[in-house]
Design a protein around this ligand. Structure first.
Ligand code: ADP
Ligand code: MG
Length: 339
């Protein structure tokens, strides 16, 4: 299976070698992203995974223009994201929408969700030069339809965010994001704060919306199992870098990086025997002063001398499929997988 089947070659989102630093008092800056690349094709679902603190939210903020890049570039649909404009962002009109772990981050507690969606619809129509106003029955109808689309019961438009359950509130936030008719949604841990049943339902909703509306989706999670259930392609991050990327099949069946292998070891297997035995040990180092060489080497069971001095870059992995890349000296030296 090729990952780009059905996807045009030109990426919708292109992130090149992005560095993001946060200043710190009396210490070197926190380099939360240390040169990250990422491409997402129209309609593609990319899962971004890694332990807490590896830079996933910073990547989401860099992609949506909320965190300025110190180096590198982010372009969306051919436009640098920094140029997309504060006003369009504030009115919820970007073609690239964010869904946050906490839906309250994008919903106003003092207005009904219907009114909030109508606001985006009106701004969208105005931006297109249309005359459709707040009182136009079509505007209200679209808000009701958007809430139905995300699986909320009739009458949801008249409710305030606090009247919903966590899962319903996240659905309402997704409906608001949809109202601008985005080409892409970046969802940062969108299900991590929800209870188990709502987690699967909201993740499936995002997947279905992406498939049915052709909206590209970057789904961020610390949980490889969640990402594996919906993504076409997986990007594994460690300490501000991408260490492996491949199709979901390759990542689960032939993980190349010892870090990916460790994440996979922590995924419970469906036969009920619990998690597989090998698990990650050691502390995550400070991304502001990462270890020399490969930043994973102090925790790596396979590290050789070269790993302690030379930082590996992402290259094709001989032991994996053609869409895979890995940043690991040991994996890059493996024999090619039998055809
Ligand atoms: P993740 O989402 O994968 O947990 P983040 O992108 O939130 O990771 O954080 C990456 C690193 O940057 C962490 O070490 C975090 O402590 C640090 N960090 C995040 N935001 C800030 C900030 N505003 N100021 C300073 N450090 C930050
Ligand atoms: Mg985060």
């Amino acid at each position: 299976m090729t990952v780009n089947a059905g996807h045009p070659a030109a990426p919708l989102l292109r992130v090149e070698d992005v560095v993001v630093e946060y200043p710190r008092k009396g210490q070197p800056p926190m380099r939360a992203l240390a040169g990250v690349g990422l491409e997402v094709a129209p309609g593609e679902i990319v899962g971004i995974v890694g332990e807490s603190g590896c830079g996933k939210s910073t990547l989401a903020r860099a992609v949506t223009g909320l965190a300025p890049a110190h180096a590198g570039s982010v372009t969306f649909d051919g436009t640098p994201v920094g140029a997309m404009g504060r006003r369009r962002r504030a009115s919820g009109l970007l073609p690239l929408q964010m869904v946050f772990q906490d839906p309250n981050a994008s919903l106003n507690p003092r207005r009904t969700v219907g009114a909030q969606i109508q606001e985006v619809v009106v701004a969208r129509e105005r931006a297109l030069g249309a005359r459709r106003g707040r009182r136009d029955p079509e505007t209200a109808r679209e808000a009701v339809e958007a809430l139905r689309r995300v699986g909320l019961p009739d009458g949801a438009a008249e409710k305030y965010p606090h009247e919903f359950s966590g899962g319903q509130r996240q659905r309402a936030a997704i409906a608001r994001a949809l109202a601008s008719r985005p080409k892409m949604i970046v969802a940062d841990e969108p299900v991590s704060a929800l209870d188990a049943s709502a987690q699967a339902a909201v993740a499936n909703l995002l997947r279905d919306l992406s498939r049915e509306e052709g909206i590209a989706l970057a789904f961020i999670s610390h949980d490889l199992a969640v990402v594996g259930a919906l993504a076409d392609r997986v990007v594994v991050m460690y300490l501000g870098r991408v260490v492996e990327t491949g199709t979901v099949e390759q990542i689960f069946n032939a993980p190349q990086h010892p870090y990916t292998q460790a994440l996979l070891a922590a995924v419970p297997v469906p036969d009920g025997t619990g998690a597989r035995p090998r698990a990650l040990t050691g502390e995550v180092p400070d991304p502001g002063s990462p270890p020399p060489g490969c930043r994973f080497h102090p925790r790596c069971p396979l590290a050789v001398d070269r790993c302690r001095t030379e930082e590996p870059v992402l290259l094709k992995a001989p032991g994996a499929g053609p869409e895979s890349e890995v940043a690991c000296w040991v994996a890059q030296a493996r024999e090619p997988a039998p055809a």
